[in-house]
Design a protein around this ligand. Structure first.
Ligand code: FAD
Ligand code: DHB
Length: 388
């Protein structure tokens, strides 16, 4: 079998790339290790930037997002019981939209099924071959047989634990990493959100986030230790730990209920450079991870895909490799700015150190943010997404 681009991974990066390439006549096959249901069952990101929405529109899958997504003009930050509001709309003229990653993934899967493009789910033992030369191939096992696909390019969209990055010789790739000694314990529940806007909470007991998916479905996160086990967090304990971290108004409005999903995610910053090795490109979590504070992970995956899809389309339609040659540098310039912002938000809002000096610095950062229009504008500009 032969195609133009083999895409490894059917997360948001792989599915979006596949859809954009297909629209421009570039043939592609997606190989995904998990089942479609498993991919759809992962509750992850919730906030999307305008530029990500534009890309989903360009891919022809934006209708439900426009109908059901919640437009947010600002965000609230609660510091030790007192809430402050930052208006993106006033500071930048832009907004963000709350629309879950599971919904985006579903829209992309439906879009792909509608155009009849090939996705192989439950593809085991994916192996990338000869991508430093001119004839890359990818083999995998499915239905008890081994298959092989020859292609022009391979797009590694297989997330942090995928095989693509690991297939590049260690001498050809540099990695940069910070692991934080904390995690986020997340709960999804069919209860109305405490506020119409997200509330990021800095509290001596640790960070919390009040988010949502719809007007009747809330998403909450609590900073927790990495040693925590999910079994030790029955719903009742989660709500009892959330309450003291909230301000009085939010605590009064909090409606608790059974969780419909609960998970712990470790916090990590990671970048692998470059994002291209021969005919293999990395995109999304396969090449970089941000801690979730600031909701940049999915948006960065989309911005990589924007650069990569344009580069590949240019290769086929205009016979120019300029986009391909610049892909890594262009994508990394945006990646590092999002790494900086996510690191800053994480360090400013979590209880990471026990040194009172660090706590005072956090309070000074936040006081400056709330008191200076320049600081607030810089925050808002990053939160709504930097331009491409
Ligand atoms: P992924 O979504 O990871 O998709 C990669 C796909 O590749 C997966 O479907 C995987 O099964 C597949 N795959 C892996 N290995 C192979 C293989 N060998 N062969 C074939 N397929 C393979 N971001 C936010 O902005 N806000 C959040 O709240 C948030 N929460 C998160 C919580 C968790 C637990 C995690 C892990 C991430 C979270 N993120 C969040 C980040 C965001 O979800 C990711 O940045 C986004 O999913 C990246 O998309 P992706 O397509 O690059 O990778
Ligand atoms: C959500 C996750 C984030 O990391 C964030 O900064 C905002 C919202 C969410 O899952 O809703």
């Amino acid at each position: 079998m032969r195609t133009q681009v083999v895409i490894i991974g059917a997360g948001p990066a792989g599915l979006l790339l596949g859809q954009l390439l297909h629209k421009h006549g570039v043939a592609n096959v997606i190989l995904e290790r998990q089942t479609a249901d498993h991919v759809l069952g992962r509750v992850r990101a919730g906030v999307i930037e305008r530029v990500t929405m534009d890309l989903l529109d360009e891919a022809g899958v934006g209708a439900r997002m426009h109908a059901d997504g919640l437009v947010h003009e600002g965000v609230q930050i609660c510091v030790d019981g007192k809430r402050h509001r930052l208006s993106f709309k006033d500071l930048t003229g832009k907004t963000v939209t709350v629309y879950g990653q599971t919904e985006i993934t579903k829209d992309l899967m439906d879009g792909r099924a509608a155009v009849g493009a090939a996705t192989v789910y439950s593809a085991a033992d994916v192996i990338l071959q000869d991508f430093s030369g001119d004839n890359p191939r990818v083999s995998y096992r499915a239905g008890g047989k081994t298959h092989e696909i020859g292609c022009d390019f391979i797009a590694g969209c297989d997330g942090f634990h995928g095989i693509s990055r690991k297939s590049i010789p260690a001498s050809a790739i540099s990695t940069f990493e910070r692991v934080y000694p904390i995690g986020w314990l997340g709960v999804l529940s069919d209860t109305p959100p405490v506020s119409e806007e997200l509330i990021y909470v800095r509290h001596p007991r640790g960070f919390a986030l009040c988010s949502m998916r719809t007007p009747t479905r809330s998403r909450y996160y609590l900073q927790c230790s990495l040693a925590e086990e999910i079994e030790s967090w029955p719903d009742e304990r989660f709500w009892e730990e959330l309450k003291p971290r909230l301000d009085d108004e939010a605590r009064d409005r909090l409606v608790t209920g059974p969780s419909i999903e609960k998970s712990i995610a470790p916090l990590r910053s990671f970048v692998a450079e470059p994002m291209r090795f021969g005919r293999l490109f990395l995109a999304g979590d396969a090449s970089h991870i941000v801690p979730p504070t600031g909701a940049k992970g999915l948006n960065l995956a989309a911005s990589d895909v924007r650069y990569l899809s344009r580069a590949l389309i240019e290769h086929y339609q205009e016979r120019s490799d300029a986009g391909i040659d610049h892909y890594s540098a262009r994508a990394l310039a945006r990646v590092w700015k999002a790494e900086r912002f996510s690191w800053w938000m994480t360090m400013t809002l979590h209880r990471i150190s026990d040194n009172p000096f660090d706590h005072r610095l956090q309070l000074a950062e936040l006081d400056y943010l709330f008191g200076s229009k320049a600081a607030a504008t810089a925050f808002a500009e990053n939160y709504v997404g930097l331009p491409y």
